[in-house]
Design a protein around this ligand. Structure first.
Ligand code: NDP
Length: 495
């Protein structure tokens, strides 16, 4: 594994104090906490946390906003979201740098993320004007009409790994459908979330109260939001165990939930796949975003016939990856988000040595450049039993588990052997096999001869313990609506 270059690509950074005077949409009057740069440990932002009273203020204002024209004016909502998309694009470079500084990811990936967030806003800007119900004849002179109405006040709770795309893929459809939204970002990424919300909050046509942000610990601020009687729906993205807690607490008020949770996604390579493309795909699936993607292809499942050659070539690629600062353009693998994540992932690598064989990475990252940051070597572990922890548990870092299969049925069995069902990859030149496995694999998304490709118009979501509901696409909009039936009887007598 090659060492990172010197840190001359870094300009000095002055920590920002948030919320600033022109960010009244951030409701926060509590104690201050800091977010830090995972590559250097420097303070990125000092952020005033919200208190339960701030949550209450935000929800009360949101409920009041639901009595205004926002809920009934799709054209207005479309204009606001379209301008938001434009603002994200215009500010892409500035937002990408802040995203890298606070979350750690590579600058090029951060730019892709900002533009992905803009895509979601733009797509749902169009959808805001295309929310339809149905009309039907129910009998002589009796008619039924269904309307899709906004759910009401939606709490959007986001994780730190893709804090902007995961924000806008809930926020944009929620707003497009006419809801008011209170956002609660992850405590590791408050500054980038506030910066990304700022142009939306400043839109002159956005009614007062339709958007607010509360910040601070999930156990306090997030919990207060989930339990607040004025919140009608919770759109949560995060770990499966947190999702279970959110659902339990939401059940107390019979609130609607959308849950986008963890994954341990299989990436299956058949001997008839184009090997170079599959190698690129396997490496990108496992190590993009330093493995911190919910859909990461963290389980590589190889057909025995090609397993040795594939693994040897993959290991060579992994050993050549440069681990370093996300702001350094030569970096392949940026730091993980925090010391806590770093320690947890390094523990899993040690476990991998006991449960299997480390065939790439896994070593010490020695050198001054690594001392102050949360760096982890990309690591490949093979020879694993299906019930080993490295195969079963979400590591959320650059650790790839490798298994081998002999026929299609065994590939399906291995693919489906965890409690998760978020995504899967399939590399084959057989159309017949692609269809069969595409249907048999228990996952909300199956990529065929590609991986981790996302489109605002294509639904995603989890089977099994990876989630409930769908995001993106038309279904992702409908999640944020309730169906109302109007029944008209034009007859002169009741019976
Ligand atoms: P967490 O579940 O720890 O946190 C997610 C969000 O929930 C944070 O804002 C957190 O706040 C908040 N939170 C924590 N506890 C509570 C609570 N009791 N009530 C309300 N809110 C709470 O996830 P991570 O941030 O660690 O994100 C990584 C996880 O997210 C991985 O499991 C990953 O697979 C999953 N994920 C799933 C995606 C999908 O589409 N299915 C997409 C991306 C990630 P705080 O930060 O203050 O703790």
């Amino acid at each position: 594994m090659s060492a990172p270059s010197a840190t001359t690509h870094r300009a000095a950074w002055t920590p920002v104090d948030l919320p600033s005077g022109d960010q009244p949409f951030v409701r926060a009057r509590g104690a201050t906490f800091e977010s830090t740069d995972p590559a250097t440990g420097e303070v990125v932002a000092r952020v005033r946390a919200s208190e339960p009273a701030d949550v209450d203020d935000a929800v009360t204002a949101a409920r009041a906003a639901m009595r205004g024209r926002w809920r009934d004016d799709g054209a207005l909502r479309g204009r606001v979201l379209y301008r938001y998309a434009q603002a994200l694009r215009e500010n892409a470079d500035r937002l990408a740098e802040l995203l890298t500084r606070e979350q750690g990811k590579k600058l090029a990936e951060a730019r892709i993320e900002v533009l992905g967030a803009a895509n979601h806003a733009e797509y749902y800007a169009g959808q805001a004007r295309a929310i339809h119900g149905r009309a039907m004849a129910l009998g002589p002179n009796v008619h039924g009409v269904t309307l899709r109405e906004p759910v009401g006040v939606v709490a959007v709770i986001t994780p730190w790994n893709w804090p902007l795309t995961l924000l806008t893929r809930s926020l944009a459809p929620a707003l497009a459908a006419g809801n008011a939204v209170v956002v609660k970002p992850a405590s590791l990424t408050p500054a980038i979330t506030i910066a990304a919300l700022e142009p939306l909050a400043a839109d002159p046509e956005l009614p007062e109260g339709v958007l607010a942000c509360v910040v601070g610990s999930g156990g306090v601020v997030g919990d207060a939001l989930v339990r607040h009687p004025g919140v009608d729906m919770i759109a949560f993205t995060g770990e499966s165990s947190t999702g279970v807690d959110v659902m339990k607490h939401a059940a107390e008020g019979l609130k609607k939930v959308s849950l986008e949770l963890g994954g341990k996604s299989p990436n299956i390579v058949f001997a008839d796949a184009p090997m170079d493309k599959a190698l690129d795909g396997a490496a990108a699936a496992a190590f993009s975003s330093t493995g911190q993607i919910c859909t990461a292809g963290s389980r590589l499942i190889l057909e025995r016939e090609i397993a040795d050659e594939f693994l040897t070539r993959l290991a060579e690629r992994v050993e050549a990856l440069r681990v370093g600062d996300g702001l350094d353009p030569s970096t392949d693998i940026a730091p993980v988000v925090s010391r806590g994540q770093q320690r947890a992932i390094l523990d899993y690598i040690e476990l991998g040595r006991r449960e299997g064989e480390v065939v790439a990475g896994g070593g010490e990252l020695a050198g001054e450049a690594y001392e102050s940051g949360c760096f982890v070597p990309p690591t490949v572990v093979s020879g694993l039993a299906p019930d080993s922890r490295i195969v079963q548990e979400e590591i959320f870092g650059p650790v790839l588990a490798v298994q081998v299969f002999d026929d299609d049925d065994e590939a399906i069995e291995l693919a489906n052997c965890t409690r998760f069902g978020l995504a899967a990859g399939l590399w084959t030149s057989s159309l017949q096999r692609a269809w069969r496995l595409g249907r048999e694999i228990e996952a909300g998304t199956v990529w065929i001869n590609t991986y981790n490709r996302f489109y605002s118009e294509l639904e995603v979501g989890g089977f099994k313990e990876s989630g409930l509901g769908r995001q993106q696409g038309v279904v992702g909009l409908e999640e944020f609506t309730d169906v109302k039936s109007l029944n008209f009887d034009g007859n002169p007598t009741l019976w």
